[in-house]
Design a protein around this ligand. Structure first.
Ligand code: ADP
Ligand code: ZN
Ligand code: ZN
Length: 728
């Protein structure tokens, strides 16, 4: 800027335009009009931007601009309610921490429905005036309909106009007998609660008491509130972790502050949500994607106004607009759904720590299978036993080498026992569909996705082959398109064929329920299947990892994991952690109730350590050994990873940009692995770089700078660059 140019004094707002292109980076100055003097940080404005209009968020206010007056535009409009200032700051942090842009990060914290123009719902309400009452008593001339309306208003009080006939009311309004005005109507989501409820809080066990006392100490602090603290509630499945969260929330409310409770996924954890609603009533707001835009918008406003002070929801609830946060709970903290898959690829667990720091709040993360990262970073509190001293189920590992049937003979026997005893069983197979892939016996042709380098999966119910990566579908073939042979072989099993298998073997006396993304298609299907299984006297629930989430079913006598080593076959340093968690979490659903229970783990790798540790319920042993392994390899928490994926219609373009990024990042002293090719996905060739770093902040800024530098070139060449800090 030239020093001689006149500067503009006055009220200046620094505005970040909400545009998604990386190339545009604010903030830009706008001059506020005198009547916009109450605009503050976080206000949402509609502003002229080049030749068009855009929405923008005020990042900062100033009294002077570097720019000359004629170069400064004025905002067209202020659009309440805007965003609280602490969330604007948090968005800035997310943009930096995850190598994204301020605009993209700000879209995470906007009131729901901002882009779609969702407004508060207004309804016309009529109310009787004094004159109206006199008219009724004094026998003024009234039609029958008018008289009926006035009497109804006297009897029922203010009433939505539509119920009484708006034209009638308008005429009465003209005579001063009623008042008609619009009122805001709050849209409230239906309660999601199902399952068992406790009417009154139970007496805490001594283990719960000890853990809670530590949290309460941090909440109230020695010298008052606001000390903060980070805790990991490491409790075996069924140890009563939720009750500890409930008590901690209760204390937070009593101290006049608010709480956020993060859960993996609402549809899969309705019981947890229900327990918070049952305990705290209307002070609980629920925010999740299953709600209508209007409901979400209004729940958001209830939190913003302080009417609701507890927010329960999945990862995005970490952005709940609470004024004073005292506690953030992260339930089932090991769950992968806390990581966001779109840009910014934030991790709600990490964001929770940051947000708690802003507010001096306590973080309480809980799991039976905590991540090694959390075990190191958080202060551990333990709940080593199940409520009522019930024991964890015995786990038996079944070697599947040489067994040519999806169910081991012992599994069939155990299921037959459940059938004759009239109990329940859960069968987990982390693969949807009927069979993994089809091949031609004549020529060896394998049916592949035209967009991705993966085989198509047969879904027999719909008669289709489908790609589990891009969603491509086609009709299942009856003959080979290459050689005409009708001998099409099916390989492997999925939840659909296991369901069929179970129905044929046991279905007459043991109803089979299936829970996976296919069976769950359609609103409310998931909670309904869960409720039906809960209500049944006997049955088998078969499904993907969904069946192992925090459900609290009584009377599940048997759990079965099919193909437990499947997760181990992924080339990923978290493979061990995932396998351990899957087996342990399934065991956690078993044997809650009077009867004990047992778990069978079918695997081709019976000696795998993660499976052995899970069979012994030894999560301490697993953590210790996993941390040792990661130290040797320099994986988190002993260092951080950043993954960059370049994708383009043609491989050379993606490779070029990746190589250029490599050249820009490596000189900063970071270890850069790659470029390494990935399988083609959604019609795009992909190549990746992995940065392994010990100084995370330096690596993040080196990557951010490199990506910014390449951004324009990449766009021109049709290359998409995506950065994932702490990839899953
Ligand atoms: P976790 O989340 O650790 O797996 P839950 O919170 O689901 O465990 O608790 C398991 C069961 O024990 C639930 O049905 C819960 O209502 C019950 N429960 C929790 N605490 C107590 C207690 N102190 N006394 C009696 N029952 C309890
Ligand atoms: Zn063929
Ligand atoms: Zn595909």
């Amino acid at each position: 800027m030239h020093a001689n140019l006149p500067r503009t004094p006055g009220l200046i707002a620094r505005v970040e335009p909400l545009t998604l292109t990386r190339a545009v980076r604010g903030p830009f100055d706008y001059r506020l009009r005198p009547e916009q003097a109450d605009v503050g940080v976080g206000a949402l404005l509609r502003v002229p931007f080049g030749s068009r209009k855009t929405l923008g968020i005020v990042l900062e206010l100033a009294t002077e601009s570097e720019l000359a007056p004629e170069r400064l535009a004025e905002p067209d409009a202020v659009l309440p309610p805007g965003v609280p200032a602490d969330l604007v700051e948090l968005a800035g942090w997310i943009a930096r921490e995850y190598c994204s842009t301020p605009a993209r990060a700000l879209t995470l914290v906007l009131p729901p429905g901002t882009a779609g123009g969702v407004k508060r719902k207004q309804v016309l309400v009529a109310e009787l005036t004094g004159a109206g009452g006199d008219a009724l008593d004094g026998g003024a001339p009234l039609t029958d309909r008018q008289r009926a309306a006035l009497e109804a208003l006297r009897r029922d009080g203010p009433t939505p106009a539509a119920a009484l006939g708006t034209p009638t009311l308008r005429r009465l309004e003209g005579r001063g007998l009623v008042e008609v005005g619009s009122r805001v109507q709050t849209r409230r989501p239906a309660s999601v609660a199902i399952g068992r409820r406790l009417d009154s809080p139970p007496e805490l066990t001594s283990e719960q008491r000890v853990a809670l006392d530590v949290v309460l100490g941090a909440l109230t602090g020695a010298g008052g509130a606001g000390e903060g603290g980070r805790y990991l509630l490491h409790g075996v499945t069924g140890s009563g972790k939720t009750e500890v969260y409930l008590r901690a929330v209760e204390a937070t409310l009593a101290a006049g502050r608010g709480a956020i409770v993060l859960v993996p996924e609402i549809a899969l954890t309705p019981q947890t949500v229900g327990r918070f609603q049952a305990r705290f009533g209307d002070v609980v707001a629920v925010l999740h994607s299953g709600l209508g835009q209007g409901e979400r918008h209004d729940e958001w406003l209830r939190l913003r106004s302080g009417e609701a002070r507890v927010c329960v929801g999945p990862r995005s609830a970490v952005f709940a607009p609470l004024a004073e946060i005292g506690l953030i709970v992260v339930d089932e903290e090991h769950d992968g759904s806390y990581k966001h898959e779109g840009d910014p690829r934030y991790d709600a667990r990490t964001v929770a720590l940051r947000r708690a720091e802003q507010h001096g709040a306590v973080v309480l993360a809980g799991s039976a299978t905590p991540r090694p990262e959390s075990a190191v970073a958080l202060t551990r509190l333990r709940l080593p036993s199940r409520i009522d001293g019930r024991s964890l189920p015995a786990v038996e590992v079944l070697d599947m080498r040489g067994v040519h049937h999806p169910l081991h003979p012992r599994t069939r026997m155990a299921l037959a026992d459940v059938r004759s005893a009239g109990g329940k069983a859960i069968v987990l197979l982390n693969r949807r569909g009927w069979s993994n892939f089809l091949s031609c016996r004549g020529c060896g042709n394998v049916w592949m996705c035209p967009n991705c380098e993966v085989a198509l999966v047969l879904h027999r119910a719909s008669g289709q082959l489908s790609c589990h990566h891009c969603g491509h579908r086609r009709r299942a073939p009856s003959r080979c398109e290459e050689c005409g042979s009708v001998a099409v072989a099916r390989h492997g099993v999925g939840t659909e064929s296991v369901e069929q298998e179970l129905r044929e073997a046991f279905g007459a006396e043991l109803p089979v329920f299936r829970l996976d993304a296919d069976a769950a298609a359609g609103k409310d299907r998931l909670p309904r299947t869960l409720a039906a299984f809960e209500a049944a006297h006997a049955g088998v629930l078969v499904g993907t990892q969904m069946v192992a989430k925090g459900h609290d079913f009584a009377e599940v006598a048997l759990g079965v994991v099919l193909d437990a080593d499947q997760t181990l076959r992924f080339p990923d340093f978290r493979a061990e952690e995932r396998t351990f968690a899957l087996v342990t979490q399934l065991a956690g659903r078993v044997g809650r109730g009077e009867e004990g229970g047992k778990v069978l783990v079918q695997t081709l790798a019976p000696a795998a350590e993660s499976i052995e540790f899970a069979a012994r319920h030894d999560s301490d042993g697993f953590l210790e050994q996993e941390l040792r392994r990661r130290k040797v390899l320099g994986y988190p928490p002993h260092g951080s990873l950043i993954r960059i994926v370049c994708s383009a219609p043609e491989a050379p373009e993606a490779l070029d940009v990746a190589a250029r990024l490599h050249g820009l990042i490596a000189p900063s002293g970071q270890t850069v692995l790659g470029p390494a090719p990935l399988f083609r996905l959604r019609g795009r060739s992909r190549t990746q770089l992995v940065i392994k770093c010990t100084t995370r902040d330096a690596a993040v800024s080196a990557v951010g700078a490199a990506v910014d530098e390449c951004a324009a070139d990449a766009v021109r060449r049709g290359v998409n660059v995506s950065v994932d800090v702490d990839p899953q």
